[in-house]
Design a protein around this ligand. Sequence first.
Ligand SMILES: [Zn+2]
Ligand SMILES: [Zn+2]
Length: 174
Amino acid sequence: MTVSKYMSLKDRLELYSIPIPESGCQIWIGACFSQGYGVLQYKGKNLKAHRVSYQEHVGLIPDGKHVCHHCDIKSCINPKHLFIGSHQDNMRDREKKNLGGNSKKTHCKNGHEFIEENIIYEKGITKLKRRCWTCHRNRQRNNDKRPRKTNVRWNIDKKKKLYIVKPKKYINES
Ligand SMILES: [Zn+2]
Ligand SMILES: [Zn+2]
């Protein structure tokens, strides 16, 4: 599929994201900033995809305000999961939801760091859970000696019900 630069932003948001029915998230599968937010290139600028989605579907973002996630999935661009807040609101919201336990872990049980590049999402009952990409890949290598495509961006592992959502590349925010 080719992307025309004349395509509307809404169409591009749709083309570069996939819905996760269980959580309602719309996960960005284009390039991501290294902190995990989707990147949309527009008129030579790198824009955050969730902010573009908010502006396209909801309205203008007041100056200096953040667009925060109810679902805590940074690459989610579903406008219904987005709200306007300050950085402090974002922090308070996280505390309120008590994202203790696993979401505070910085490393997996095998010691791989939970940075965005190393996270895949597994469907939970109410939200997506974080899983370690390195461990998942190692398990797959052990289970299956056949050569694999290494550029798999996402797929749905039906047996394990694991959503593997990996952006194709990461961009450092300038
Ligand atoms: Zn979401
Ligand atoms: Zn790991």
